[in-house]
Structures are given as structure tokens and as C-alpha cells.
Design a binder for this molecule. Sequence first.
Ligand SMILES: Nc1ncnc2c1ncn2[C@@H]1O[C@H](COP(=O)(O)OP(=O)(O)O)[C@@H](O)[C@H]1O
Ligand SMILES: [Mg+2]
Length: 277
Amino acid sequence: MNDMTTRATDTPIIELKGLYKSFNGLAVLRGVDLAVRRGSTTVVIGPSGCGKSVLLKHIVLLLRPDKGEVLFDGQVLTRLSEKELTPFRRQVGFVFQGGALFDSMSVQDNVCFPLKEHGGIPEDEQCERCRQALRMVGLDGVQQKMPEELSGGQKKRVALARAIVLRPQVILYDEPTTGLDPVRADLINELIIKLQKELSTTALVVTHDMASARKVGDRIVMLYDGRFIADAPPDQLDHADGQVVSRFVTGQADLTELEQLRLGGVEGFGDKDGGHD
Ligand SMILES: Nc1ncnc2c1ncn2[C@@H]1O[C@H](COP(=O)(O)OP(=O)(O)O)[C@@H](O)[C@H]1O
Ligand SMILES: [Mg+2]
């Protein structure tokens, strides 16, 4: 038993090896390597459009790489068929960017969706699992509501409940705090920490909210130009090499962007026709 435990703890639960991905000639991932330790929370930061969501989708093979391998607990997923992937996908809960609940379904049906897909789980057990998942996110009781009746923060929490209903080993969060006010955002941070502790999950969190990154992450990696250019514990990120990293983590625009703003001027805004009447 000890041998098993040792092997399982030593093997990274997720490993990305030399991932490349292009879309219509645009190279998004250009040699991404990452090993994620079981039980850890890794935060992926990086500018908009740099490929963070694309990266997360590769972990569950919603996108397949042009080159490179994705491993789950030592097994190479990139060689498996869609059917063979099913048991691995069940180990991974995905909180999609924007929450992405089904608008025409009640909260209960949204949360139970993965259970129904899984098949073979009796209706009363589905209800009980739904209740447990909602309780974890502090929302037991809203089962019969429709998504439109919920606030933005509540929707994200329902999306979280849906991601944990199959008791996954790994949870992928794509910008879980985007669009929330700082208090609601912090509630999501606390939930990410709580789920990691109470369910012993491994988390991968994509965000450009640095407060959230520092709070939930035990490791922060930065994606830029198709590769990871920084990899550090939160308290050491400020000492990371390179202007790109330090400007990103302190929220400063880069010099090229500032120059474009300066050169942009105010033409078109000050003329009589465009003004107030
Ligand atoms: N399915 C797709 N087909 C074509 N281009 C895509 C697809 N998904 C993402 N892209 C492109 O890949 C780049 C990275 O996107 P994304 O991962 O969504 O960025 P972000 O870091 O903001 O999450 C963008 O230029 C985007 O337009
Ligand atoms: Mg994204």
C-alpha cells in the first residue's frame, strides 16, 4: 500500500510536455511544459488572448495539440480516443470562463448535468449529490431557481458546484473572479481554497486578477508568447526576472502600449459634430 501511495504522490497529476498549438497559422502555444503536483493550486497568469483558455482546454483534450503530450497521473492522454478519454475527463471539473450555465435549465438540472451524462446514478442520489455540492458553495436551497434569477457571483458558485458534483481530483477554473466586485471575487477565492482543502483537489486557476492569484496560488506561472516565462511561489514573483513579468504583476502597461496611447491623440473627439448638441 505504501508503494502505491508513494508512486501516486510523486507522479505529477497533470503533465504537459512540449505542447504546440496553432490556429490558422497563428501560433498560440509554442512549447509549453508544466508539471502539476497533486494537491497544489497553480495559477496561470498572462495577457488577454495569450492562450490561457486554450491551455486549459488541452488538459481535458477539448483541444488536441499539434505536437506534444498531455499526461494525467502518468498516463498519456493524447494517444487516447474520445471514448477512452471519458474516465479521465470525469476526474477533472471545469469551471468555464463566464460560468456558462444552461439558461433554460434550473440550478438543479445544471448541477446534475454531469451526473446524468455519467449515467447509472439513481434520481434520489443525484438530488442528494446536488444538495451536497450546493452546500459546499453555500447555496443549498436554490435548486429550483433559474440562472436568470441569480446574481453574477451566485452563477459562478453554481458553476463551481457543477464542476465538483462528480468529485473530481482536479478542478480547472477559467477566470473565476472576472466580472465580480472585489467582495464577491474574494468569496470565490475563499471557496477555491476551501474546496482544495476539504476535497483534497488539485487546482489550476487561470486569472488576470493578481489579488486572487496571490491569495489562492501556491505557485504562479506566467504564459507569454506561447511559453511559460515565469514560475514562482506568490511571494517570490516580484523578484522574477524580466520586465514583462514585473509589469504584468504590478499592473503597469508596457512601453509600446503607452507610446501608442500617446501617439493616438484626441483627433475626432474634439470636433463640433461629434460633441454635445
Ligand atoms: N477554437 C479556436 N479557433 C481559432 N482560434 C482560437 C480558438 N480558440 C482560441 N483561439 C485563439 O487563440 C488565441 C488565445 O485564445 P485564448 O486562449 O482564449 O486567450 P486567453 O489567454 O485570453 O484565454 C486567441 O488569439 C484566440 O483568438
Ligand atoms: Mg480565456
